[in-house]
Design a protein around this ligand. Structure first.
Ligand code: AHR
Length: 330
């Protein structure tokens, strides 16, 4: 019976793929005609977009890991739109994939579509970001970073760096409003600074994780505040944009303004080495292999841990081993 269901599923996927070929709507990254071994696991993955080098590295990690693991990946890019992610998840349900994984752009608004996946008996994994739901059974697990811990690490660096300062004026450029990294990186940072009244967050604005918006945000912040000591930016892309804005007004990033950023892409590590960034909190996008391992387990009916967090570190001007760092993969 289970075998028949599986064969039907394969047929449905093959038919869907043929249809997509005929209509020119094939998934962007994977072979569109999956006439392969009936045992191959099919994973539907909805990526939220391609807003940053981090995201591009994350997509590459997932696509390459799928090939290595022999998992058939049905990949969809939602281009920063929640409606497109919901549509992609519905299409995965229609194809009767074995497992669905997705990186939710925002936390709210997933209950209906995930209820449909549950109804269809398809396990759903969130990767990188989380959802907000009263029904925990809609998701079987999560793999990604601990964004709250990242925020605390950013705060911890600042406590050490600014130990001798009498007053510390901070501006924050945060990520996409209502997204997990935006919420948790902000919270962890504030919690770490605690009730120390020397620290003041002058203003917090959202740069949507985009380099162009990071630059615009910093231009505005520099116009509105003449006494900025610290920039805390939720990702490297926005930081690179903000640094352009800081240099354009004749200030020296890393000296006139302490720069703390999150991700750890190569460009940020290079600026850390050049003294223009003071601290880079690592957030790794390289979670593809873990996702494939979990997808295979779920497809085999095995249970998986509820939360799997990546091992991450901090790179800062206090490190003595920066010259020896191996090249980053994103
Ligand atoms: O969700 C992870 C965040 O999303 C990364 O920090 C950022 O660069 C990306 O766009």
């Amino acid at each position: 019976m289970k075998h028949c269901k599986r064969l039907n599923r394969r047929l449905a996927v093959a038919l869907a793929a043929c249809l997509m070929l005929l209509t020119g709507c094939a998934p962007q990254s994977q072979p569109a005609a999956p006439m392969q071994d009936a045992k191959q696991v099919i994973l539907g993955f909805s990526q939220l977009g391609s807003e940053s080098s981090w995201r591009i590295g994350n997509t590459k990690s997932i696509q390459e890991a799928a090939k290595r693991a022999g998992v058939q990946l049905m990949y969809e890019n939602a281009e920063q739109k929640q409606e497109k992610q919901i549509k992609a998840i519905r299409s995965f349900i229609a194809y009767q994939v074995d497992v669905i994984a997705f990186s939710p752009i925002v936390e709210d608004g997933w209950d209906n579509v995930l209820g449909e996946a549950k109804q269809a008996g398809i396990p759903v994994l969130t990767t990188d970001r989380r959802i907000n739901t009263a029904d925990e059974s809609l998701i079987v697990g999560f793999v990604g970073s601990d964004f709250y811990a990242e925020g605390r690490r950013a705060g911890r660096f600042l406590l050490a760096k600014a130990a001798d300062m009498a007053q510390v004026n901070i501006v924050e450029i945060s990520g996409t409003v209502d997204s997990t990294p935006m919420r948790e990186r902000a919270l962890g940072f504030r919690d770490e600074l605690g009730g120390d009244t020397r620290y003041t967050i002058l203003e917090s604005v959202s740069g949507d994780f985009l380099r162009s918006k990071g630059k615009e945000c910093m231009q505005g912040l520099l116009k509105r505040h003449s006494d900025i000591d610290v920039l805390y930016s939720h990702n490297d892309g926005m930081t690179l944009g903000a640094i352009e804005a800081i240099e354009a007004v004749g200030l020296t990033p890393g000296k006139d303004i302490i720069i703390i950023t999150v991700d750890g892409e190569q460009a940020a590590i290079d600026l850390l080495k050049a003294g223009k960034i003071n601290c880079v909190v690592e957030c790794t996008p390289l979670i593809g292999d873990k996702i494939m391992e979990l997808a295979n387990k779920l497809a085999a009916g095995e249970s998986i841990p509820r939360n799997i967090y990546s091992d991450e570190r901090v790179f800062s001007e206090f490190d003595t081993d920066l010259a020896d760092l191996p090249p980053r993969e994103y």
